[in-house]
Design a protein around this ligand. Structure first.
Ligand code: PHE
Ligand code: NA
Length: 460
């Protein structure tokens, strides 16, 4: 809970450490857990990949998360303002705030297309509930999906609904908006996930999924797999987007940042593993392809639900789960920029949320059109690297492969090398052994690892 003498009280604080953990976990838990983690695990040696991934979370993800939360909590402003303040206090250049600027540009750009995908989840709740998958074939379900992607009108309607849900929550501020949303949505999400796993145990293929996910096959683990694990550790914890800075700016001074970051990482990992245990038994029970990539959730799974007992009910529940996961992530993507606009304008909380949200919604239209009318518009086709990439693809590529690692790298270097050790020590309140470990990871291991992934992704 918050202490009375805390300098952040006037702008509001999370009512408890747990509320912060729920919000940060809400940000972290998203498509990365439910969709990406299970299939990259399957492709990269199952248990062996999971081990490497856990190592990456521990030595890179958690230290960067702690650095971001530290900046937000010390600065008590929007991410750019907080970075500037922390830099000035440590007699470092205020130019370090470029790290927050990059992170916020990334958050804004990601939300524009994340909202489009969130809209797919929303539309699939209805499809599942109305029995549109029932008795479906690969063709009929494929047509449903390509019908959605081919229709700018439908996509726009669902994108608008999703963005409206996000704006609604953010416009209500910390307590009445963010905190209230996550305290309802996150427990619901966990419950739905457990129901989904329970359902998966009835398929008779649960054991197969367990061994698929957990049997370490080190021969299937390649250098490429290690790099994927590293990149995913970053994305899955929502790092490099100024999100943990924004959320950290409302965190009470007496909360232990290290333990809290570890809890968030554990919850995120648990959800990813449970999602795998919910999805793969259903996939195997229907003899479907586990490594189906992007189509796994919107094509393979509906096909499975359409041919299983009570598939309409459990299909609808699954897509509600997916919508909740995307919604709490969308909220966290809007928050940093809204915090910044609110503190630098006179539009207030809801005015700022509406203006930023509507601009983001407009940018999202480019991603919608990329799927149909503008499918042949490839602005960077003159570079071989970007041939065939639509605006949607380019936004995804530049944010995930350039902006996020760059922002994370700068944050790690700034906090590791340009903030006084004593002030870090006092703020984080770790045992001296843990503090030394954390600082060394942040100073040496994190930057090297991020640069390796960065270069690799650019060349790959
Ligand atoms: N962390 C989310 C996931 O794993 C993705 C995300 C990134 C969400 C950035 C919000 C912001 O799916
Ligand atoms: Na995640």
């Amino acid at each position: 809970s918050a202490s009375g003498s805390d300098s952040g009280v006037s702008r509001g604080l999370w009512s408890s450490r747990f509320a912060f953990i729920l919000a940060a976990t809400g940000s972290a838990v998203g498509l990365g857990n439910v969709w990406k983690f299970p299939y990259v695990t399957g492709e990269n040696g199952g248990g062996a990949f999971v081990l490497v991934y856990l190592l990456c979370i521990a030595i890179i993800g958690v230290p960067i998360m702690m650095a971001e939360v530290f900046i937000g909590r010390s600065g008590r402003h929007n991410p750019i303002g907080s970075m500037r303040l922390v830099a000035e206090r440590n007699l470092s250049s205020p130019a370090w705030r470029i790290s927050a600027v990059i992170g916020m540009i990334a958050a804004f750009a990601i939300l524009s297309f994340y909202s489009v995908i969130g809209g797919w989840a929303a539309s699939y709740i209805g499809h599942a509930a109305m029995g549109d998958f029932t008795g479906g074939t690969a063709d009929s379900i494929g047509n449903l999906f390509s019908g959605l992607l081919g229709s700018p009108k439908q996509l726009l309607a669902w994108h608008t609904l999703f963005m409206a849900l996000v704006i609604l929550v953010v416009s209500r501020g910390l307590k009445g908006g963010l905190e209230r949303a996550v305290t309802i949505l996150m427990p619901a999400l966990f419950l739905l996930l457990l129901v989904a796993v329970g359902y998966a145990t009835t398929t008779g293929h649960f054991g197969e999924a367990v061994s698929f996910l957990f049997t370490p096959n080190f021969s299937a683990l390649t250098i490429n797999g290690v790099l994927i694990a590293l990149g995913h550790a970053f994305f899955t914890l929502s790092l490099g987007m100024a999100i943990m800075m924004a959320y950290g700016s409302y965190l009470g001074k007496d909360v232990a940042v290290g333990r809290t970051a570890v809890s968030i990482a554990l919850m995120d990992t648990m959800v990813a593993l449970l999602a795998g245990l919910a999805i793969f038994p259903v996939v195997f029970a229907n003899g479907l392809e586990a490594g189906a990539g992007p189509g796994l959730i919107f094509q393979t799974l509906p096909l499975a639900f359409g041919n299983m007992p009570m598939g309409s009910l459990f299909g609808a529940l699954f897509f509600i789960l997916l919508l909740f996961a995307a919604w709490t992530s969308g909220i966290s993507l809007l928050e940093p920029v809204v915090e910044w606009v609110e503190e630098n304008s006179n539009m207030g909380r809801s005015g700022s949320a509406i203006v930023v949200g509507v601009l983001c919604w407009l940018l999202g239209i480019a991603s919608i059109l990329s799927l149909n009318v503008w499918a042949d518009v490839t602005p960077l086709a003159m570079f071989e690297r970007f041939e065939g990439k639509t605006i949607f693809d380019l936004l995804d590529f530049f944010t995930a492969n350039i902006l996020l690692p760059l922002s994370g790298l700068l944050t790690a270097i700034f906090v590791g090398w340009f903030v006084a050790k004593e002030s870090l020590k006092a703020d984080l309140n770790l045992s001296s052994g843990m503090f030394t470990l954390w600082l060394n990871l942040l100073r040496f291991v994190t930057p090297v690892a991020v640069v390796i992934v960065f270069v690799y992704n650019l060349l790959a």
